[in-house]
Design a protein around this ligand. Structure first.
Ligand code: F6P
Length: 343
Protein backbone atom coordinates (compact mmCIF):
# COMPACT_ATOMS: atom_id res chain seq x y z
CA UNK A 1 0.00 0.00 0.00
CA UNK A 2 0.97 3.65 -0.34
CA UNK A 3 0.02 5.52 2.83
CA UNK A 4 0.16 9.31 3.17
CA UNK A 5 0.84 11.12 6.47
CA UNK A 6 0.34 14.75 7.42
CA UNK A 7 0.56 16.84 10.60
CA UNK A 8 -1.80 19.84 10.82
CA UNK A 9 -2.74 22.65 13.20
CA UNK A 10 -0.55 23.80 16.09
CA UNK A 11 2.57 21.67 16.48
CA UNK A 12 3.09 19.76 19.71
CA UNK A 13 5.71 17.59 21.34
CA UNK A 14 5.29 13.96 20.23
CA UNK A 15 4.43 14.55 16.55
CA UNK A 16 7.80 13.21 15.42
CA UNK A 17 7.44 10.18 17.69
CA UNK A 18 4.09 9.43 16.01
CA UNK A 19 5.55 9.89 12.50
CA UNK A 20 8.44 7.56 13.37
CA UNK A 21 6.03 4.91 14.70
CA UNK A 22 3.92 5.07 11.51
CA UNK A 23 7.01 4.76 9.31
CA UNK A 24 8.58 1.93 11.33
CA UNK A 25 5.44 -0.16 11.52
CA UNK A 26 4.40 0.66 7.94
CA UNK A 27 7.71 -0.16 6.29
CA UNK A 28 9.33 -2.76 8.55
CA UNK A 29 6.24 -4.79 9.41
CA UNK A 30 3.89 -4.28 6.46
CA UNK A 31 6.25 -3.33 3.62
CA UNK A 32 4.17 -0.25 2.69
CA UNK A 33 5.44 2.97 1.14
CA UNK A 34 4.95 6.07 3.33
CA UNK A 35 4.47 9.46 1.71
CA UNK A 36 4.84 12.48 4.00
CA UNK A 37 2.79 15.54 2.99
CA UNK A 38 4.21 18.95 3.86
CA UNK A 39 2.51 21.49 6.12
CA UNK A 40 -0.80 19.91 7.05
CA UNK A 41 -3.64 19.99 4.50
CA UNK A 42 -1.53 22.33 2.33
CA UNK A 43 0.56 19.28 1.31
CA UNK A 44 -2.17 17.23 -0.40
CA UNK A 45 -3.84 20.44 -1.60
CA UNK A 46 -0.72 21.76 -3.35
CA UNK A 47 0.96 18.42 -3.99
CA UNK A 48 3.93 18.97 -1.70
CA UNK A 49 5.31 15.71 -0.38
CA UNK A 50 8.36 13.52 0.13
CA UNK A 51 8.76 9.79 0.70
CA UNK A 52 9.53 8.95 4.31
CA UNK A 53 11.99 6.15 5.01
CA UNK A 54 13.45 4.45 8.07
CA UNK A 55 16.65 6.46 7.42
CA UNK A 56 14.93 9.84 7.02
CA UNK A 57 13.05 9.38 10.29
CA UNK A 58 15.99 8.18 12.37
CA UNK A 59 16.72 10.12 15.57
CA UNK A 60 13.45 12.08 15.59
CA UNK A 61 11.79 10.36 18.60
CA UNK A 62 12.86 12.99 21.18
CA UNK A 63 12.61 15.98 18.84
CA UNK A 64 9.88 18.57 19.32
CA UNK A 65 7.95 20.09 16.39
CA UNK A 66 7.23 18.09 13.25
CA UNK A 67 9.67 17.14 10.47
CA UNK A 68 6.73 17.43 8.05
CA UNK A 69 5.92 21.02 8.93
CA UNK A 70 2.40 22.15 9.73
CA UNK A 71 -0.13 24.84 8.85
CA UNK A 72 -3.67 25.87 9.61
CA UNK A 73 -4.73 25.37 5.97
CA UNK A 74 -8.35 24.25 5.72
CA UNK A 75 -9.12 22.52 2.37
CA UNK A 76 -12.78 23.51 2.76
CA UNK A 77 -11.83 27.20 2.68
CA UNK A 78 -10.31 26.83 -0.80
CA UNK A 79 -12.41 26.73 -3.98
CA UNK A 80 -12.59 23.10 -5.08
CA UNK A 81 -10.17 22.26 -2.23
CA UNK A 82 -11.58 18.86 -1.22
CA UNK A 83 -11.81 17.74 -4.88
CA UNK A 84 -8.21 18.89 -5.46
CA UNK A 85 -7.01 16.91 -2.44
CA UNK A 86 -8.80 13.80 -3.69
CA UNK A 87 -7.39 14.20 -7.18
CA UNK A 88 -3.83 14.72 -5.94
CA UNK A 89 -4.02 11.71 -3.65
CA UNK A 90 -5.32 9.50 -6.40
CA UNK A 91 -2.67 10.75 -8.90
CA UNK A 92 -0.04 9.71 -6.34
CA UNK A 93 -1.79 6.31 -5.93
CA UNK A 94 -2.27 6.94 -2.21
CA UNK A 95 -4.43 4.17 -0.71
CA UNK A 96 -5.11 6.05 2.50
CA UNK A 97 -4.09 9.08 4.51
CA UNK A 98 -3.14 9.28 8.18
CA UNK A 99 -3.97 12.79 9.42
CA UNK A 100 -2.36 13.74 12.74
CA UNK A 101 -4.11 16.72 14.28
CA UNK A 102 -6.53 18.33 16.68
CA UNK A 103 -10.14 19.43 16.27
CA UNK A 104 -9.54 21.44 13.07
CA UNK A 105 -7.28 19.04 11.15
CA UNK A 106 -9.33 16.01 12.16
CA UNK A 107 -12.61 17.88 11.60
CA UNK A 108 -11.50 18.49 8.00
CA UNK A 109 -10.34 14.85 7.81
CA UNK A 110 -13.68 13.58 9.00
CA UNK A 111 -15.51 15.65 6.35
CA UNK A 112 -13.06 14.54 3.66
CA UNK A 113 -13.88 10.95 4.60
CA UNK A 114 -17.64 11.25 5.07
CA UNK A 115 -18.48 13.66 2.23
CA UNK A 116 -15.68 13.10 -0.29
CA UNK A 117 -14.84 9.43 0.17
CA UNK A 118 -11.18 10.01 1.06
CA UNK A 119 -9.79 7.07 3.07
CA UNK A 120 -8.61 8.64 6.33
CA UNK A 121 -7.35 7.45 9.70
CA UNK A 122 -6.99 10.22 12.29
CA UNK A 123 -4.39 10.49 15.05
CA UNK A 124 -5.26 12.73 18.01
CA UNK A 125 -2.76 15.35 19.17
CA UNK A 126 -3.00 18.70 20.92
CA UNK A 127 -1.49 20.33 23.95
CA UNK A 128 -5.02 21.57 24.76
CA UNK A 129 -6.21 18.01 25.53
CA UNK A 130 -9.66 18.97 24.29
CA UNK A 131 -10.44 16.21 21.78
CA UNK A 132 -13.47 14.07 22.55
CA UNK A 133 -13.40 10.26 22.40
CA UNK A 134 -9.91 10.01 23.89
CA UNK A 135 -8.94 10.39 27.54
CA UNK A 136 -5.69 12.21 26.79
CA UNK A 137 -3.90 13.58 23.71
CA UNK A 138 -0.13 13.51 23.33
CA UNK A 139 1.45 16.94 23.75
CA UNK A 140 -0.63 17.74 26.82
CA UNK A 141 1.70 16.14 29.35
CA UNK A 142 4.71 18.06 28.03
CA UNK A 143 2.82 21.37 28.03
CA UNK A 144 1.68 20.64 31.58
CA UNK A 145 5.29 20.04 32.69
CA UNK A 146 6.47 23.27 31.06
CA UNK A 147 3.67 25.29 32.67
CA UNK A 148 4.18 23.68 36.09
CA UNK A 149 7.91 24.35 36.02
CA UNK A 150 7.25 27.97 35.05
CA UNK A 151 4.79 28.36 37.94
CA UNK A 152 7.35 26.89 40.37
CA UNK A 153 9.93 29.39 39.16
CA UNK A 154 7.50 32.31 39.36
CA UNK A 155 6.53 31.23 42.88
CA UNK A 156 9.97 31.92 44.31
CA UNK A 157 10.29 35.34 42.69
CA UNK A 158 6.68 36.22 43.65
CA UNK A 159 7.47 35.42 47.26
CA UNK A 160 10.68 37.45 47.31
CA UNK A 161 9.04 40.54 45.80
CA UNK A 162 5.63 40.18 47.52
CA UNK A 163 3.92 40.30 44.13
CA UNK A 164 0.92 38.83 42.45
CA UNK A 165 2.14 36.82 39.46
CA UNK A 166 -0.34 36.20 36.65
CA UNK A 167 0.66 33.26 34.45
CA UNK A 168 -1.14 32.99 31.11
CA UNK A 169 -1.15 29.49 29.65
CA UNK A 170 -2.63 28.11 26.41
CA UNK A 171 -6.15 26.72 26.23
CA UNK A 172 -8.54 28.29 23.81
CA UNK A 173 -11.80 26.56 24.71
CA UNK A 174 -10.66 24.12 27.39
CA UNK A 175 -8.85 24.90 30.62
CA UNK A 176 -6.99 21.62 31.10
CA UNK A 177 -3.49 23.12 31.10
CA UNK A 178 -4.56 25.96 33.43
CA UNK A 179 -6.40 23.68 35.85
CA UNK A 180 -3.78 20.97 36.08
CA UNK A 181 -0.68 23.22 36.08
CA UNK A 182 -2.47 25.43 38.63
CA UNK A 183 -3.12 22.43 40.85
CA UNK A 184 0.39 21.04 40.39
CA UNK A 185 2.00 24.44 40.97
CA UNK A 186 -0.17 25.44 43.95
CA UNK A 187 -1.85 28.43 42.27
CA UNK A 188 -4.13 30.63 44.35
CA UNK A 189 -6.56 31.47 41.54
CA UNK A 190 -7.23 29.40 38.40
CA UNK A 191 -9.30 30.86 35.57
CA UNK A 192 -10.54 28.69 32.70
CA UNK A 193 -12.62 29.31 29.55
CA UNK A 194 -15.43 27.03 30.74
CA UNK A 195 -16.28 29.37 33.63
CA UNK A 196 -16.47 33.14 32.99
CA UNK A 197 -14.86 34.82 35.98
CA UNK A 198 -15.86 37.70 38.19
CA UNK A 199 -12.92 40.09 38.65
CA UNK A 200 -14.33 41.25 42.02
CA UNK A 201 -14.26 37.67 43.23
CA UNK A 202 -10.69 37.20 41.97
CA UNK A 203 -9.59 40.31 43.86
CA UNK A 204 -11.37 39.28 47.06
CA UNK A 205 -9.64 35.88 46.96
CA UNK A 206 -6.29 37.66 46.65
CA UNK A 207 -7.15 40.14 49.43
CA UNK A 208 -8.26 37.29 51.70
CA UNK A 209 -4.99 35.47 51.12
CA UNK A 210 -2.98 38.62 51.83
CA UNK A 211 -5.06 39.26 54.97
CA UNK A 212 -4.08 35.78 56.13
CA UNK A 213 -0.46 36.82 56.01
CA UNK A 214 0.60 35.58 52.55
CA UNK A 215 2.01 38.60 50.76
CA UNK A 216 2.25 37.02 47.32
CA UNK A 217 -0.07 35.07 45.01
CA UNK A 218 -0.10 33.11 41.78
CA UNK A 219 -2.98 33.48 39.32
CA UNK A 220 -3.06 30.97 36.44
CA UNK A 221 -5.27 32.01 33.54
CA UNK A 222 -6.04 30.13 30.33
CA UNK A 223 -5.71 32.35 27.24
CA UNK A 224 -9.38 31.68 26.43
CA UNK A 225 -10.72 32.59 29.90
CA UNK A 226 -13.38 35.30 29.75
CA UNK A 227 -14.68 37.80 32.27
CA UNK A 228 -18.40 37.69 32.98
CA UNK A 229 -20.26 39.81 30.45
CA UNK A 230 -19.82 43.55 30.79
CA UNK A 231 -17.27 43.35 33.62
CA UNK A 232 -13.94 43.86 31.80
CA UNK A 233 -13.07 44.90 28.25
CA UNK A 234 -10.90 42.68 26.01
CA UNK A 235 -9.27 43.41 22.65
CA UNK A 236 -10.28 41.21 19.66
CA UNK A 237 -7.64 39.58 17.40
CA UNK A 238 -7.54 38.28 13.77
CA UNK A 239 -8.88 34.83 12.86
CA UNK A 240 -7.35 31.86 11.00
CA UNK A 241 -8.90 29.66 8.24
CA UNK A 242 -10.81 27.66 10.85
CA UNK A 243 -12.32 30.86 12.22
CA UNK A 244 -10.26 30.87 15.43
CA UNK A 245 -9.36 34.27 16.78
CA UNK A 246 -5.72 34.82 17.75
CA UNK A 247 -5.80 34.94 21.55
CA UNK A 248 -3.39 36.33 24.10
CA UNK A 249 -4.16 39.42 26.09
CA UNK A 250 -6.21 38.26 29.05
CA UNK A 251 -3.03 38.02 31.19
CA UNK A 252 -2.15 41.69 30.58
CA UNK A 253 -5.70 42.79 31.30
CA UNK A 254 -5.69 40.89 34.58
CA UNK A 255 -2.33 42.39 35.53
CA UNK A 256 -3.77 45.91 35.16
CA UNK A 257 -7.11 45.18 36.81
CA UNK A 258 -5.68 43.32 39.81
CA UNK A 259 -3.05 45.98 40.51
CA UNK A 260 -5.57 48.80 40.14
CA UNK A 261 -8.25 47.19 42.27
CA UNK A 262 -6.11 45.70 45.06
CA UNK A 263 -3.03 47.91 45.09
CA UNK A 264 -0.87 44.74 45.09
CA UNK A 265 2.09 44.92 42.71
CA UNK A 266 1.24 42.56 39.87
CA UNK A 267 3.25 41.10 36.96
CA UNK A 268 2.22 38.91 34.05
CA UNK A 269 4.13 36.14 32.27
CA UNK A 270 2.67 34.76 29.04
CA UNK A 271 4.05 31.26 28.47
CA UNK A 272 2.75 31.12 24.88
CA UNK A 273 4.54 28.81 22.50
CA UNK A 274 7.13 27.62 25.03
CA UNK A 275 4.38 25.16 26.01
CA UNK A 276 4.36 23.66 22.53
CA UNK A 277 8.10 23.50 22.01
CA UNK A 278 10.96 21.23 22.98
CA UNK A 279 11.37 17.56 23.71
CA UNK A 280 8.30 15.49 24.66
CA UNK A 281 8.03 13.88 28.09
CA UNK A 282 8.37 10.09 28.31
CA UNK A 283 4.57 9.86 28.65
CA UNK A 284 4.02 11.79 25.41
CA UNK A 285 6.67 9.81 23.54
CA UNK A 286 5.04 6.54 24.55
CA UNK A 287 1.47 7.71 23.85
CA UNK A 288 2.46 9.14 20.45
CA UNK A 289 4.23 5.89 19.59
CA UNK A 290 1.24 3.78 20.62
CA UNK A 291 -1.32 5.81 18.64
CA UNK A 292 1.07 5.96 15.66
CA UNK A 293 1.41 2.16 15.59
CA UNK A 294 -2.36 1.72 16.03
CA UNK A 295 -3.06 4.18 13.18
CA UNK A 296 -0.78 2.21 10.85
CA UNK A 297 -2.55 -1.01 11.85
CA UNK A 298 -5.92 0.63 11.13
CA UNK A 299 -4.72 1.86 7.72
CA UNK A 300 -3.32 -1.59 6.89
CA UNK A 301 -6.70 -3.11 7.73
CA UNK A 302 -8.44 -0.33 5.76
CA UNK A 303 -10.48 0.74 8.75
CA UNK A 304 -11.02 4.22 7.32
CA UNK A 305 -12.89 6.93 9.21
CA UNK A 306 -11.45 5.81 12.55
CA UNK A 307 -8.98 7.14 15.13
CA UNK A 308 -6.93 5.34 17.79
CA UNK A 309 -7.84 6.74 21.21
CA UNK A 310 -6.56 6.23 24.73
CA UNK A 311 -9.37 4.74 26.83
CA UNK A 312 -8.15 4.11 30.35
CA UNK A 313 -4.83 2.43 29.71
CA UNK A 314 -5.79 0.78 26.39
CA UNK A 315 -5.64 2.10 22.83
CA UNK A 316 -8.96 1.56 21.04
CA UNK A 317 -10.21 2.50 17.58
CA UNK A 318 -13.13 4.96 17.68
CA UNK A 319 -15.09 6.60 14.85
CA UNK A 320 -13.32 9.80 13.74
CA UNK A 321 -16.69 11.57 13.63
CA UNK A 322 -17.09 10.92 17.37
CA UNK A 323 -13.77 12.60 18.16
CA UNK A 324 -14.68 15.82 16.33
CA UNK A 325 -18.35 16.02 17.33
CA UNK A 326 -17.70 18.20 20.36
CA UNK A 327 -14.81 19.47 22.45
CA UNK A 328 -13.79 17.75 25.68
CA UNK A 329 -13.90 20.63 28.13
CA UNK A 330 -13.28 20.67 31.89
CA UNK A 331 -16.34 19.31 33.75
CA UNK A 332 -17.62 21.62 36.53
CA UNK A 333 -16.82 19.03 39.21
CA UNK A 334 -13.14 18.94 38.18
CA UNK A 335 -12.96 22.70 38.57
CA UNK A 336 -14.81 22.57 41.89
CA UNK A 337 -12.24 20.07 43.17
CA UNK A 338 -9.65 22.86 42.94
CA UNK A 339 -11.69 25.34 45.04
CA UNK A 340 -10.15 24.46 48.45
CA UNK A 341 -6.85 25.79 47.10
CA UNK A 342 -8.14 29.15 45.87
CA UNK A 343 -7.31 32.25 47.86
O1 F6P B 1 -4.50 24.38 19.45
C1 F6P B 1 -3.29 24.47 20.09
C2 F6P B 1 -2.94 25.89 20.42
O2 F6P B 1 -1.69 25.85 21.05
C3 F6P B 1 -3.96 26.64 21.27
O3 F6P B 1 -3.85 26.38 22.64
C4 F6P B 1 -3.65 28.07 20.92
O4 F6P B 1 -4.77 28.89 21.11
C5 F6P B 1 -3.30 27.99 19.49
O5 F6P B 1 -2.81 26.69 19.26
C6 F6P B 1 -2.28 29.02 19.07
O6 F6P B 1 -2.10 28.92 17.72
P1 F6P B 1 -0.95 29.68 16.88
O7 F6P B 1 0.33 28.95 17.13
O8 F6P B 1 -1.40 29.51 15.47
O9 F6P B 1 -0.91 31.06 17.36
Amino acid sequence: MRIGVLTGGGDCPGLNAAIRAIVRKGIDVYGHVIVGFRDGWKGPLENEYEELTIESTRGILPRGGTILGTSRTNPFKHDGGPEQVRENLSALHIDGLIAIGGEDTLGAGSRMHDDHGVPIVGVPKTIDNDLAATDVTFGFDTALQVATEAIDRLHTTAESHHRVMVVEVMGRHAGWIALESGLAGGADVILIPERPFDIDEVCSLLRRRHARGRAFSIVVVAEGAMPQEGTMELAAGDSDEFGHVRLGGIGQRLEQEIEQRTGFETRVTVLGHTQRGGTPTAFDRVLATRVGVAAMDAAHEERWGTMPALRGTRIELVPLSEAVKELRTVPPEDYEAASPFMG
